[in-house]
Design a protein around this ligand. Structure first.
Ligand SMILES: Nc1ncnc2c1ncn2[C@@H]1O[C@H](COP(=O)(O)OP(=O)(O)OP(=O)(O)O)[C@@H](O)[C@H]1O
Ligand SMILES: [Mg+2]
Length: 314
């Protein structure tokens, strides 16, 4: 596998203005120095609780949020600046899917116009060709042809997310940033939408940056995962590293929070959750510096890194 996109020391700081002169008095360090690489054709998971900076990271990569520091290298080009992004058609290659399809799909437009929009923006094709392409895209996400002339409100939440997937892949992107794409859906529908996402990935050979607050959801999707807290990464690794050998207390907490359907192990799970919670209370200050900031990542293996004091040495 080879690198598609490399994020280096990415920072997004939002100014806080206050006082009579409306001066900048402080910043929200929404993203405060994160590094990661997404390989071609792979899925990278970004997981953390609400407010940890996941969406801001995703939006900065897509170009929807101003970057305060760091670099984004895409296919060897430094695309940190908007002018370079325009020059290489970056906006065609990188698409985004949002959690709330009701507000991200234009309610006044028919499905054909919604899905064809990226095609119209980036390619010059005949109406006939366009219709054919949209039909193919609908088929890939398991939607019938008669969806073409309907409006978003005529679909269920799961169907709308599939339309969102179809639109995102219309421009043949290389990377899709999927921000909580199934969080608003029932469990059974989640699985279905995730399956269509996987299918699209195989069909087009594209990469995903998959954002979620739930480690249970990303488990079957992601090759690599970063655990985010307060704008920083507390741990990164392969799926294997994160699920079978978690090191940071925050990762362990997220793992223990995954609901278990399995009744037989429910008591066991409850006990584990209590243990993790006790460990968290007893040792949490060892995992953050005196300002509560997450430490820099230290290498445990070629794939696995964790944020601990002095690289883990005491
Ligand atoms: N436009 C903005 N101006 C100021 N602060 C912002 C802005 N957007 C986000 N923030 C702050 O940045 C931090 C990170 O927000 P972000 O939306 O990236 O979190 P998130 O991990 O996606 O959370 P959620 O799981 O709730 O979607 C939060 O503290 C948020 O309040
Ligand atoms: Mg978010």
């Amino acid at each position: 596998m080879s690198e598609l996109i490399t994020i280096k020391d990415l920072k997004v700081h939002y100014p806080i203005r206050s006082g009579f002169f409306n001066r900048v008095t402080d910043y929200v360090y929404a993203v405060d120095g994160v590094d990661f690489v997404i390989e071609k054709g792979s899925t990278y998971g970004l997981v953390g609780e609400s407010g940890s900076g996941k969406s801001t990271t995703g939006k900065a990569i897509v170009g929807l949020e101003k970057i305060s520091g760091g670099e984004i290298i895409y296919n060897g080009e430094n695309v940190t600046k908007a002018s370079v992004r325009r020059k290489i058609n970056y906006n065609k290659d990188i698409q985004m899917i949002f959690q709330d399809s009701m507000s991200s799909l234009n309610p006044k437009k028919r499905v054909i116009d919604i899905i064809a929009e990226p095609l119209r923006n980036f390619e010059r094709i005949s109406d006939q060709e366009e219709k054919k392409r949209v039909k193919e895209l609908l088929d890939i996400v398991g939607m019938p042809e008669d969806a073409l002339y309907k409006y978003p409100h005529e679909f269920s939440g799961g169907q709308r997310q599939r339309l969102g997937v179809a639109r995102a892949v219309a421009s043949s992107p290389k990377l899709i940033v999927a921000d909580e794409p199934v969080s608003a859906l029932d469990l059974s529908v989640q699985a279905q939408v995730l399956n269509f996402m996987k299918r699209v990935q195989q069909e087009f050979g594209l990469s995903f940056l998959f954002i979620s607050h739930d480690l249970g959801v990303v488990k079957h999707m992601c090759d690599n995962i970063a655990i985010m807290y307060k704008g920083r990464f507390v741990e990164i690794g392969t799926r294997e590293d994160i699920y079978t050998n978690p090191q940071h207390i925050y990762t362990k907490r997220l793992l223990s929070a995954i609901p278990h359907i399995d009744v037989a192990h429910r008591e066991e799970h409850k006990l584990l959750r209590r243990q993790v919670e006790a460990e968290y209370i007893a040792h949490q200050k060892d995992y953050y510096d005196e300002k509560g900031r997450v430490y820099d990542l230290s290498e445990l293996s070629a794939t696995h890194k964790v944020a601990v004091k002095n690289g883990g040495a005491n």
